[in-house]
Design a protein around this ligand. Structure first.
Ligand code: GLU
Length: 483
């Protein structure tokens, strides 16, 4: 790649930042960072009815949350601003006048009704609609006449000969505001963009934009269009697939580092097939040439897996960040309430550590680790499977006695004690491990038994074993199995 790279993300502030938008912003940013160039944010707010300042602020906030930064933008300023289209009217007027003076654009006085009738006729004749060119070659006198009639002109771009697929298109509305294709060209040129990397929905705009560049005597940036972002069913990613705004993902406790790593692998296929990259590694390794052309699939399972990996990595570096997220999930489920003491936070941290990558999202703590925060709720199937065999109470009693006599509550001691109790009873270790797990957690799956025994603590473990033994005895093994 030669020359100085300047890329941009140009959102229209008509909604929250969509994951598809964030994904494109990320690649523009990554390409700029890899190339030691600049990344710019431009707000395309010409649609006054749908754009709001609140959405602009939210988009900026969500981009920042992802760790994306920019040298120039509506908040940061910069040498080629303003960076909001509504503040750039003078530039659009100036260039519209230039195009008109060169004959590359002309005023069009056609009314809405006339254009509608043209369109209906095209439909009736089974041909595609194109502007009929009614105002293309009006004389000055004819223009003055229409203005005297009170008609207000739009400005139409005169598509040069040799472009049979394109008809003359409007670049400025009758109220003087620019249309997207025109404003986009004035801005990308004025902001010295080297590349325009954007969604494939803009593919059909590109030839029109190139003609505007040519008419103004400008060299266009290099264009590339992202493939469509699909859901796992290979249909266009939409609300049907679940959450689509970055904000939703933040609320669910996804980590920004996991999201950007995931974004990187949608569309970019590093040669060695590696999947986990830190941001500095991505910046170093990324090659725009390695981007694929086929549709990119938003595979939520993969994102969840990645988030689990990142939760552990972030926990090791900055435990409080993950603890905050997990505490919030526990509070949502009322497994924790009110002010959370440093001791409880430390306990949550130990739970995070032993759940490991099972904890893909903070809320998974409830699925796999609720028993750390409330009394055991026995899963009847687990009871049936592991607590109803004859002799189980005896095994539990023996394990309880051995654990109760332990002087030091360490992982190694717990491990040796449980295995020792099995050996003493003449059974395999798993024959003690499974009943103990159900007695202590109520379920058959979860973190390692010795680890969870250590984290629960002696007092809690002994009390839970007493309760499980009493339950089996009071109801009889088969009644216990019925729950
Ligand atoms: N505002 C346009 C959009 O949101 C951006 C187009 C472009 O990047 O050129 O789709």
């Amino acid at each position: 790649m030669t020359g100085h790279v300047r890329t941009r993300y140009a959102p229209s502030p008509t909604g929250f930042l969509h994951v598809g938008g964030a994904w494109m912003a990320f690649f523009n940013w990554l390409f700029a960072r890899h190339s030691k160039g600049q990344f710019i944010i431009r707000i395309e707010d010409t649609d006054r009815d749908r754009s709001t300042e609140a959405y602009e602020a939210a988009i900026i906030e969500d981009l920042r949350w992802l760790g994306i930064d920019w040298e120039e933008g509506p908040d940061a300023g910069g040498p080629y601003g303003p960076y909001r289209q509504t503040e750039r009217s003078a530039l659009y007027h100036e260039h519209a006048a230039l195009l008109r003076a060169r004959g590359a654009a002309y005023p069009c006085y056609c009314t809405r009704e006339e254009l509608e009738a043209d369109r209906e006729q095209a439909i009736a004749e089974h041909r595609p609609y194109r502007y009929v060119g009614r105002c293309r070659n009006l004389s000055e006198a004819e223009r003055r006449q229409r203005e005297a009639d009170g008609r207000v002109a739009t400005l139409r771009f005169r598509v040069p000969e040799g472009h049979p697929d394109l008809d003359d298109f409007i670049i400025q509305r009758s109220d003087g505001t620019p249309l997207y294709n025109f404003a986009n060209v004035v801005d990308d040129h004025g902001m010295h963009m080297s590349h325009s990397l954007r969604g494939s929905e803009h593919l059909s705009n590109t030839p029109r934009q190139v003609l505007i560049y040519e008419a103004l005597g400008w060299t266009p940036p290099r264009f590339a269009h992202f493939p469509l972002l699909l859901g796992i069913d290979r249909k266009k990613l939409s609300k049907r697939h679940g959450d689509t705004s970055v904000r939703d993902y933040a609320r669910l406790g996804y980590l920004p580092a996991a999201l950007v790593n995931f974004f990187a692998l949608m569309g970019w296929y590093p040669e060695d097939g590696r999947e986990l990259f830190t941001v500095p590694e991505l910046i170093e390794r990324f090659r725009i040439e390695e981007m694929g052309k086929s549709a990119a699939v938003f595979d939520i399972q993969k994102l969840n897996w990645m988030n689990g990996v990142y939760m552990q990595a972030v926990y090791r570096q900055n435990p409080d960040r993950v603890i905050d997220l997990v505490v919030a999930s526990l509070k949502d489920e009322h497994l924790l309430n009110g002010e959370v003491s440093p001791e409880v936070r430390a306990y949550v941290g130990r739970v995070v550590a032993i759940l490991g990558e099972r904890l893909r999202l903070p809320g998974d703590v409830v699925t796999y680790g609720d028993f750390f925060f409330r009394d055991v709720e026995y899963d009847p199937q687990a009871v049936q499977k592991h607590l109803s065999a004859p002799g189980v109470t005896e095994l539990l009693r023996r394990a309880r006695a051995a654990l109760g006599a332990l002087p030091a509550w360490t992982l190694a001691a717990i491990d040796a004690t449980v295995r020792g109790a099995a050996a003493q009873s003449g059974v395999a270790a798993k024959d003690v491990i499974h009943p103990l797990r159900v007695a202590l957690t109520g379920k058959t799956v979860g973190p390692g038994l010795f680890e969870l025994i250590e984290v629960l603590g002696k007092e809690c473990v002994l009390a839970r074993l007493d309760r499980a033994i009493a339950l089996i005895e009071s109801t009889g093994p088969s009644a216990a199995a019925r729950g």
